[in-house]
Design a protein around this ligand. Structure first.
Ligand code: KG4
Ligand code: ZN
Length: 403
């Protein structure tokens, strides 16, 4: 079964092709897949608008929508070409179109959804509406269970986008920490398509907190990668040999930010107070670009290091607590903030130490932020359950809930 995935919920225009088969299929290329299900990613194209929105310090919905309109067909075309599907045969080769219907920016979502409807109408193939959060969760089904270091360019093993085998042996129940620019939630997954939200943020999402903190510190957009890069300078700079720092020794910080709600009895989060605490510290001691801050001062890298660690501590603590309470077999990370190297590394170490019998999964780096491969994979599993929507009935829902 060949699925075209389309994603336009925010500021990435994306299309991808996955190829899946059911039990009984024996060979895919040179690989024998026995009687298992298999899913292969055949292409994954992402056109990012980050450079355009950077100058405004955030996504401008009207601009994003216009860019999607301009990019969507070239992006779909490239995904087909990379997957070796000729445009004139596409209607015969593609079995279903999976598209993000929400949550997200309504003006952005509508471009992807209307495109999917038109293609469904012209090719006469069914459409599958996918929840964006569900897509992020299914990014875990793309990458093999590799150590996070394998995703890093310096490990010299960057994973190729195409023909990448997809996981299908994930054991349930699973708990998924979903952390993006718009959402922060702990999801209990009892099986494919079976979700229960057991905790979520009461105010800002984790990614949003990174973005706002970066603004307060006067560093770039999006804030997550900028803060991570500054934070990395701090830990490494305090040691003569970087390798020692990488083994986890920490230099005592000059500031200490709160870990909001870390010991609360529920699985909820709150990051807005953390941002305010950072603001007060910045007012007391304006950050300097210096790594060690100079005489008595505090450098931007140190602020970033402490802010990032405060977020990570809370995320890890609540995830472990939920995993233990629900006795899960798998712990997964999902969403744009899952690109954070320290979060990946520290979460993996903690889960392996405290819940050694569980499976731990993180999407490969390129599938953490918005992409259509994750939408196509989620769509594949929905197609197996025959969750199709006639094109006339497909609608966007900017506030779609995960159910
Ligand atoms: O999932 P995503 O691409 O879009 C949404 O669905 O929101 O997530 C984007 C968010 C942004 O807030 C961005 O700052 C954050 O993910 N992010 C990171 C990192 N890379 C992206 N946050 C922390 N560390 C990173 N390395
Ligand atoms: Zn997203």
């Amino acid at each position: 079964m060949i699925i075209l995935g389309i994603e336009t919920s925010c500021d990435e225009t994306a299309a991808a092709i996955v190829d899946g088969g059911s039990a009984g299929t024996q060979n895919v290329g040179t690989q024998n897949v026995g009687t298992q299900n298999f899913v292969f990613l055949r292409s994954n194209v992402v056109s990012s608008q980050i450079e355009i929105h950077k100058k405004y310090g955030g996504v401008v919905p009207e601009v994003a929508a216009r860019e999607h309109v301009l990019n969507i067909l070239p992006v779909v075309n490239e995904a087909l070409e990379k997957a070796g599907i000729k445009r004139e045969n596409a209607g015969k080769k593609i079995n279903a179109i999976a598209v993000t219907i929400g949550p997200g920016l309504i003006t952005s979502l509508i471009v992807g959804v209307e495109t999917a409807k038109v293609l469904s109408y012209v090719w006469n193939v069914p459409v599958i509406g996918v929840n964006h959060i569900e897509g992020h969760i299914y990014a875990n089904f793309i990458s093999a269970n590799s150590p996070p270091e394998a995703d890093q360019p310096w490990a010299g093993k960057q994973i190729q986008n195409t023909k990448y085998k997809i996981q299908n042996n994930i054991k349930f129940p699973a708990v998924v920490l979903t952390v993006s620019g718009g959402h922060t939630m702990l999801v209990l997954m009892k099986g494919h398509g079976k979700y229960k939200i057991i905790g979520e943020t009461r105010d800002d999402a984790a990614g949003e907190a990174f973005d706002k903190a970066a603004k307060l510190l006067g560093i770039g957009y999006p804030g997550g990668p900028e803060i991570a890069a500054e934070a990395a300078k701090f830990s490494i700079s305090n040691f003569p040999r970087p390798r020692t720092a990488q083994r986890g020794r920490q230099f005592p910080n000059k500031i200490r930010l709160p870990r909001p709600m870390i010991y609360s009895k529920d699985y909820d989060f709150s990051f807005s107070g953390l941002k305010t605490a950072l603001l007060y510290e910045i007012k007391k001691s304006p950050p300097t670009p210096l790594i060690k801050g100079g005489a008595g001062g505090i450098g931007i890298p140190e602020y970033c290091h402490e802010f990032q660690q405060a977020v990570i501590d809370v995320l890890i603590h609540k995830t472990v607590k939920a995993a233990e309470k629900y006795g899960v077999k798998t712990v997964m990370l999902a969403g744009g903030v899952a690109a954070n190297f320290e979060l990946r590394k520290q979460m993996e170490k903690t889960i392996r130490t405290l819940i050694p019998n569980s499976q731990f999964l993180i999407p490969a780096l390129q599938y953490t932020t918005d992409n259509a491969a994750m939408v196509a994979v989620a769509g594949y599993y929905k197609a197996l359950r025959k969750e199709f929507t006639p094109w006339r009935k497909l609608k966007v829902d900017a506030n779609l809930e995960l159910k």
